[in-house]
Design a protein around this ligand. Structure first.
Ligand SMILES: Nc1ncnc2c1ncn2[C@@H]1O[C@H](COP(=O)(O)OP(=O)(O)OP(=O)(O)O)[C@@H](O)[C@H]1O
Length: 947
């Protein structure tokens, strides 16, 4: 997501038509910019606004509006809210959707979807394409970034088709198929375009394909050098080119000027010839007439298209031009067109007369005429995109969804890609894909421009895959369940696991470039990733896009705000990044406000050891929390806060699967050299939780994750709060690792006590996951939650109000003796990472002076600090005495993963788990250290979701 800036069409805060207030920029495509806005006249409903500059050379919004309006009421179309234009821009307002499929795929660990997801998304896309075809339009730019998942709870599982800027009507008003043009520019995105689209391109590519004589080839080369348009040459030789530029008629009423300009456009060339050859003739000219006329120096010496060829400078060209073979081609083509023009002359004289008067009309008329003729061009190179071409794009998309990439992914040259597509070995392309994909392609191969695809058949093929693989429609999509869980799904999908493996190899092979590309892809520009998208207006497309790609390599794909990270997949690094970012911000704040901020991120020992054992061995006395602790008065929270949440939005869908997804209990047993009694248990339940950037209430998020709220906040709605687990703990209050009110448990704060004291009635929307049954001691994730909570509150609140911190608020409300020993208030100990690990009171503390601090409050804090230090030093003294040594506070000696269905896997035997070593730098610049090996740890082997 990018934010609006000066160079953009709209600015944040701008209100369009007193109704739509621009909130942020979502992206920019090849043809416009997309913004998120709110409808101030309609309950601030969130909408998307697509704008294009009114000065843009290629205006596509009009077409987009036309198509979207016709699509209203269709399942896969956005709602149309309005459109308009002013002197600066044209705009289209529609319903806001969620992430597009290109982004979702890129976010997947292996850049591919599971079969499960790919095929169900495929069916939806197929239906979307069918819808647009049913209203008489081709999309012509079918690609993953033009399909987005819905954003609301009702629509989040629906795929929406976007971007109709390149659409074209293939049915005329009567509902008949429009006659194909002899040539048309390339439309679409190179990676996904059908072969047909590729053939509508530069003549050099086609030249090799065609069986041209040497003379013809030379004629083409020389003709091109001498200013003959591509289309002229295309007509002559049965190959197809794009139009380099539109014809310009300088003097509307001067036929001679028309002749002059005819050099740049074959349509005008035709008209020029018509004027010379047959305007005054009573009947269409014969071949010999045309031949004679074309040979006549009289014509060529004047202002016709042939003029450059016979100039002194180009003698060679003239010689070539008069080659009999070439002339034959020219004649054939010209006669075909002349016939048509003649017909038009006879039946539509008004139009032609009109066209003579006004140059623009003339142009259009000429263009129409040209469009309506079919010169003598071999059928296999007639290139008008048809319905099957949209489906070819879908086919490539599906293949990419499954394979993670297409063989021509890195090829920039359109012609080359076209050739690769034509010559591709389907067996290799569809390796490990379902057999139905072959049938899908085979059907498309049988279709030509006028043919109606058998949508039902294609859908049935995809449905067969669904049935064969026992895929349920209500299963979560990959991004809904967290990408780290995909391994289980791929196993369940049988052959797909093998495919994924091979894909992994591929990724590793050219990891450097791949990863760079994936991490720093260009913003949504004109194409898909490294692809080019063109409207056919640019003959030097290769060069243009090359520079775009260079830029892409430098620029990150999204300028992601750290708290607006996508909500899919593992989040753990994000948590750390976010905390670091918040630290940086705090650091700045601290400098400015003279606040002293220090923190320790050492992992609390409570996370790593069994609490009961720890308590008994360390003889730590901790105050119990009052069960009737006051409710949290702090209901309003900063919208900068972060909630950790989990992917579970489908309680109805296969409970055992959900539970297996959401619960990964990792018991980490501490290996004590001298005393085996010490056992560590680490509950990593909901480790795959993710940021919910839009969540505005950390406290509530931690405390009460009402599913409604999460559904409201999360576009993809796949989250049940991580923190539903604490809630269930509170209610159960039977933790084997220690009481929930235990001071080592972060939940044992006054906040936890409040939670515990809440009645079920107060929480009617409480959602419990299937995995919440077992009470759990404190966890790593809780630790991070606490950290984030603290820093959120600190980042926002230290200048505004100290009461924004849950723990601090609670702390103030409870007496010192009731204060939890483990809190996440911003308190401080700079030497934490060197202290004895067995001391349970590892805190993150900070001292800062807010203007509101009274002396009394400061004094109280100081007292508390001193008290705590004395407890700590006592403990340290105690711990120094026993002979047994504990290796490290953060050692996960042995971790066992409990998957609910089956499977207990040992994931780490001994040694320091560096992945989770989070030291504090001594220089008071806190730094979270994290080895980015998330999947090694997090990709727990799980039971097959099928079992
Ligand atoms: N209604 C919408 N809701 C949410 N996001 C949208 C919406 N419309 C477009 N987008 C986002 O903006 C991106 C670009 O939109 P769109 O494809 O319409 O623009 P474009 O200029 O045609 O882009 P491109 O040239 O890449 O096709 C989409 O990929 C999608 O992520």
């Amino acid at each position: 997501m990018t934010s609006s800036s000066e160079g953009e069409i709209l600015q944040v805060g701008q209100v369009i038509r007193e109704r739509w207030k621009i909130k942020s920029k979502i992206g920019g495509g090849g043809f416009g910019e997309i913004y998120e806005a709110t409808d101030v006249q309609n309950h601030h409903e969130r909408v998307a606004i697509k704008v294009e500059s009114s000065k843009a050379t290629k205006q596509v919004l009009k077409m987009e509006v036309a198509v979207l309006r016709r699509l209203q009421g269709k399942k896969h179309a956005c709602k149309f809210y309005g459109c308009g234009r002013n002197d600066k821009f044209n705009y289209l307002v529609m319903s806001l959707q969620g992430k597009n499929l290109a982004d979702l795929r890129r976010e997947a660990p292996k850049q591919c979807f599971s079969l499960n997801t790919a095929v169900r998304v495929g069916v939806q896309i197929l239906n979307g394409i069918r819808e647009i075809h049913s209203i008489g339009f081709l999309h012509r730019d079918v690609k993953p970034s033009n399909f987005a998942m819905g954003r609301t709870t009702q629509t989040m599982r629906n795929v929406f088709m976007l971007d109709f800027g390149l659409a074209r009507q293939y049915l005329n008003a009567k509902g008949d198929i429009r006659s194909p043009r002899s040539a048309a520019g390339f439309r679409g995105t190179v990676r996904y375009a059908a072969v047909t689209a590729h053939k509508n391109k530069t003549w050099e590519g086609s030249l090799e394909k065609k069986d041209l004589t040497d003379n013809e080839k030379r004629a083409i080369v020389v003709g091109r050098q001498n200013g003959l348009t591509m289309m002229t040459l295309a007509g002559m030789f049965g190959v197809h080119f794009s139009v380099p530029k539109a014809p310009r008629v300088t003097d509307r009423n001067d036929d001679r000027n028309i002749l002059k300009t005819s050099r740049t456009d074959p349509r005008l060339t035709v008209l020029a010839i018509r004027r010379e050859v047959c305007l005054n003739s009573p009947s269409p000219p014969s071949v010999s007439t045309v031949k004679r006329r074309l040979n006549a120096a009289e014509i060529m010496g004047r202002r016709s298209v042939m003029k450059p060829l016979i100039s002194e400078k180009n003698r060679a060209a003239r010689i070539l031009w008069f080659d009999e073979t070439v002339l034959h081609h020219v004649s054939q083509w010209v006669i075909g067109i002349l016939d048509d023009i003649w017909t038009q002359l006879v039946y539509e004289p008004t139009e032609l007369r009109h066209s003579r008067r006004a140059g623009t009309c003339f142009r259009r008329t000429a263009s129409e005429m040209h469009a309506s003729v079919t010169p003598n061009i071999p059928a296999n190179v007639i290139m008008e995109m048809g319905r099957q071409d949209d489906l070819w794009s879908l086919f490539y998309m599906l293949t990419e969804f499954l394979q993670g990439q297409l063989p021509w992914r890195k090829i920039k040259d359109k012609d080359e890609v076209g050739r690769m597509k034509e010559d591709v070995d389907m067996e290799a392309l569809l390796e490990d894909c379902p057999a139905e994909f072959h049938l899908f392609a085979a059907h498309l191969k049988t279709l030509g421009y006028p043919d109606t695809p058998d949508y039902d058949y294609l859908e049935s093929l995809l449905n067969q895959v669904i049935v064969k693989n026992d895929i349920a429609w209500d299963e979560p999509y990959d991004w809904e369940m967290g990408y780290e869980n995909l391994s289980a799904r791929s196993k369940a999908n049988g052959n797909i696991s093998a495919r994924m493996k091979s894909h992994t190899t591929a990724v590793i092979r050219d990891q450097r470039n791949e990863n760079r590309a994936l991490d720093t892809q260009a913003p949504i520009t004109m194409g898909e990733d490294e692809d080019e998208q063109t409207n056919g207006q640019c003959p030097h497309i290769g060069l243009t896009f090359e520079s775009a790609h260079e830029k892409a390599a430098e620029k990150p794909k999204y300028k992601r705000h750290e708290f607006l990270k996508p909500k899919y997949g593992t989040v753990n690094l994000d948590v750390i990044d976010a905390v670091n970012a918040r630290f940086a911000a705090c650091d700045e704040d601290a400098k400015q406000d003279s606040n002293n901020v220090e923190a320790n991120f050492q992992l609390p020992s409570s996370i790593l050891r069994n609490q009961a054992v720890a308590e008994s061995s360390l003889s730590i006395k901790r105050p119990r929390q009052p069960s009737n602790a006051p409710p949290n008065p702090d209901k309003t929270r900063s919208n900068r806060s972060i909630t950790l949440s989990i992917n579970n939005r489908y309680p109805k869908a296969k409970t055992n699967k959900i539970s297996s997804l959401n619960t990964v209990d990792t018991q980490a047993q501490m290996d004590d050299v001298s005393n085996n009694a010490r056992t560590a248990q680490t509950i990593l339940s909901r480790w795959q939780g993710s940021f919910d950037a839009s969540c505005d209430d950390v406290g509530d998020g931690m405390d009460d994750p009402p599913i409604e709220r999460q559904q409201r906040l999360a576009p993809y709605g796949h989250k049940t709060s991580l923190l539903s687990t604490p809630r269930s703990l509170d209610s159960n209050n039977t933790s084997p690792g220690g009481s929930p009110s235990s001071p080592m448990n972060p939940r044992a704060s006054p906040l936890a006590a409040r939670r515990a004291s809440r009645s079920e009635k107060e929480r009617p929307s409480m959602h419990r996951t299937a995995s919440c049954g077992a009470p759990q001691p404190s966890s790593i994730i809780s630790h991070f939650k606490g950290l984030i909570n603290s820093f959120n509150n600190f980042g926002v609140g230290n200048r505004i109000s100290r009461t924004t911190s849950i723990d601090e608020t609670a702390a103030r409300q409870s007496s010192p003796s009731q204060r939890p020993d483990f809190d996440y208030g911003m308190r401080h100990s700079s030497s934490m990472h060197t202290r004895d690990p067995r001391i349970p009171t590892q805190r993150i503390t900070a001292t800062f002076n807010t203007p509101n601090d009274t002396n009394e409050e400061r004094e109280k804090r100081r007292e508390r600090r001193l008290r705590r230090r004395s407890v700590e030093s006592n403990l340290r003294a105690e711990l120094e005495t026993p002979p047994q040594s504990v290796r490290s506070p953060v050692v996960v000696q042995k971790a066992v993963v409990h998957a609910p269905v089956s499977g207990v896997a040992k994931i780490r035997d001994n040694g320091v788990d560096e992945n989770f070593r989070i030291p504090l730098e001594d220089n008071n610049k806190p730094l979270l250290f994290y080895k980015r090996k998330r999947y090694q740890f997090l990709n727990f082997p799980r039971a097959s979701s099928k079992s």
